[in-house]
Ligand binder design. Structure first.
Ligand code: HEC
Length: 146
């Protein structure tokens, strides 16, 4: 009994070591056309959203340890697929701005696990209001450029 537990344990440790060698995409492609905003709005978006919705992801230490790294890297790539602030000129802006307002208004429900792990990245109520106000003001200005 104790022998088989021990061998299961060794296999588990060995497997955890082996999966570290599976290559993953943790690259930050170049920033092509960054979302143009006042710096106060930009600072808040960078803090709370850029890790998953830009090419300026701050890959933290945990992003290098499998199997957590798999979750992190797939979250970032699906985040970049839906909204990427670094290639903003290719985005359907008006549509995206409306979605962003929705996400920020319901902030605690979006990517809850990330904000539990990194509470300092959470938007304060004041920041949410500032971003939403600015987006509401600019959504229509930008629409002719769609
Ligand atoms: C931990 C990574 C992560 C962070 C941080 C993050 N997002 Fe997302 N976001 C995602 C992923 C993954 C998706 C797509 C799948 C989904 O909806 O869960 C997504 C989807 C979206 C969408 C598409 C609409 C929707 O709800 O599916 C919008 C808009 C969005 N995020 C805005 C934001 C904004 C604004 C912030 C900052 C306040 C932010 N996200 C922070 C990962 C993230």
């Amino acid at each position: 009994m104790s022998l088989s537990l021990k061998s299961i344990g060794s296999w588990a440790v060995l497997s955890l070591m082996m999966i570290q060698f599976i290559p993953l995409d943790r690259i930050n492609p170049p920033v092509v056309s960054d979302f143009q905003t006042p710096s106060s709005v930009k600072n808040s978006l960078k803090k709370a959203c850029y890790d998953c919705h830009s090419n300026e992801t701050g890959w933290s230490g945990i992003a290098y340890i499998a199997p957590i790294s798999w979750l992190v890297s797939s979250t970032v790539s699906s985040g970049r697929n839906v909204v990427n602030f670094s290639t903003w000129n290719n985005e359907k802006r008006e549509l995206k701005q409306a979605d962003i307002i929705k996400v920020i208004a319901a902030c605690p429900l979006h990517q809850r696990l990330y904000y539990i792990c990194k509470p300092e990245k959470q938007l304060e109520p004041r920041e949410r209001k500032m971003i939403i106000d600015w987006l509401n003001e600019t959504t229509h200005e930008q629409s002719p450029m769609l």
